[in-house]
Design a protein around this ligand. Sequence first.
Ligand code: PLP
Length: 425
Amino acid sequence: MKKETICIQSGWKPKNGEPRILPIYQSTTYKYETSEQMGRLFDLEESGYFYTRLQNPTNDFVAQKICELEGGVAAMLTSSGQAANYYAVFNICECGDHVVMSSTIYGGTFNLLTVTMKKMGIACTVVDPDLPEEELRKAFRPNTKCVMAETIANPALVVLDIEKFARVAHEHQVPLIVDNTFATPINCNPFEWGADIVTHSTTKYMDGHAMTVGGAIVDSGNFDWSLYPDKYPGLCTPDDSYHGVTYTEKFGKAAYITKATSQLMRDLGSIQAPQNAFLLNVGLETLPLRMERHCFNAQKTAEFLENHDQVAWVNYPGLKSNQYYELAKKYMPNGTCGVISFGLKGGRKAAEKMMDELKLAAIVTHVADARTCVLHPASHTHRQMNDEQLKEAGVAPDLIRLSVGIENVEDIIKDLEQALSKIDS
Ligand code: PLP
């Protein structure tokens, strides 16, 4: 099926007489006839639901849809995008291990890896994503377990050369994890370019209406963990907490997601609420339509800003003048995303004034939903970073992040125009 059809028809497929719409399994527990049956579930000897902290049918139907959209073999939902990125890395890293990460990654992921996971004994080397391959190679160590990057970085809008990153990761026998939140599977499928694991903050375009916080992890099934048992003992050697099951032997291509579900969800418990998964599923139904409009509107808005006297610079990969234009055309020929960043000739002060004057575009700590919104990352999402880290993350102090919604683009531009006209007054 094509992606538009998957968005509507995949996941929940009702049988005769069953509800047409995905039911919300609002239940913490599941009933069994015999104690022995329940025991087999706990031993992973049989598949089935027993407690919603680990798995829930509503979530699984939605995860299946996302899995199909990405072209993966297994997927899971998490309570947030943060949880998705944390699980994606922690599922294959432990104390003493090392991760290579793109410097332009979302601020929350940057903090997660360089501060919180560092406290857990997992080291991280931050690399400029535009480095040539021979320079990238220098970041790897014998204990490197994965590479982490973003298809389109939030908010620097750096387009990742996925093939380059995948090649270098695989040379070092580690998987490439790509956060595909901004591009969505509608505009890019990182697995087609060599990525092994994809993560999402479903809070963004997938939900699309700013209603629910959520995340997803999808496994391509392409990385053969069993070739490196010393590197990935958690997947390739018996798990004592599950009566000696070896995930790669028992679950094959589903090993990574099964381990993340049965170990990490069990112990850390960041399941997505089934109500949220239901709403996410509604959002997914219109994702292709919305992405098309987001990209159309963002292109027009970026062109308007580029031609405005008071605008110092505009960063949007759809602009021919953009340094990532060619990479974006290669990886996302149908469009990138609805997010633009720009700076004003008047600098940071003018940026703050302009934002205050906007009427249609709201100042919110969010991005990638139906409503146009703005944010000043240096004062908001990235305020924990010092100037050096901001520079490395590609976030200029005057950078305004504009998330272009799906309203009529003429109204969006009119709003920007009137706000810009007030800057000098
Ligand atoms: N990844 C990206 C690219 C993001 O933009 C965000 C949040 O903005 C996250 C991950 C974290 O997701 P969440 O806010 O759902 O935890």
